[in-house]
Design a protein. Sequence first.
Length: 292
Amino acid sequence: MKKKIILIFLNLFSILIFSQDYKGYIKEYNSNNNIQFVNILNKTKNAYTFSDENGKFLIPANLGDTLIFSHINYTKKEINLTQFNDSSSILLEPKIYNLEEVIINPHNKSFSYKIGFKKGKNYHRKGIALNTFYALKIKNSKELNILKIEIPILFEDELKYNNQGGFELQVFTTKQNDLNNNLSPISKRYYVNINEGMKNLSFEMENPTIIPKEDFYIIFNRVIPGDIFNKKSLYSVNPSLYFRNEGEKGDLVVKNIFSEEWIDFQDYYKNYRATPVPSPLFCFELTVEEIE
């Protein structure tokens, strides 16, 4: 009996010694600038978090654990944890994008108006899944400058995480609708903190966000700190977004935050639903300025 007690004590003691928090900063390889809201997965422990506004992170880890660092604008990095430092620096390399130059004639007349899918009586609500990027395709045939993006939201009692984390959004264009190989950012990545009294998520474009005469994508995801990552489960979380069931294949594509492959919404959900579902068109209102 004494031997069993000693063994239990030694096991608990070893857990206390070797269970630690791995912490540090995530920085850009070239500039050494801190990178905010990088997704971090301890693949060994199935624990998930993200870096804060200053690039700082903390995640439970032991020596020998495998950590994955992922961000939509940086190359994914995987490391095997061989040592603990007081403050480690993880360097990520930015993805190379070929951006076409857009020249604005200051003498052109312009006017602003709203486009998008406005919330209405016949719209449904959907809590978006954790650990998932959504790319909503916006059909466009004009040269536009996006001034503001607004997303109507609703908090529901039965859903989780009312006041934790936030919501990220970025605007992209792509060639031949190929998000896996030809994705190019048009805006910086914006972040909004969540609080339960909000009616809209509003993203004010700080710099000119010029869209050429082609379709573009609004890519967004829900960020929650310290949540447990489980790729076998889809958690629907607050806030719910409004949508209508009128989307066609290709209007909405999704991908796991640690994956490199975008998949059409309908194909993605074949693994979770017995019957086919239409692609939802989430409600976004874009205040745009048409460039003549």
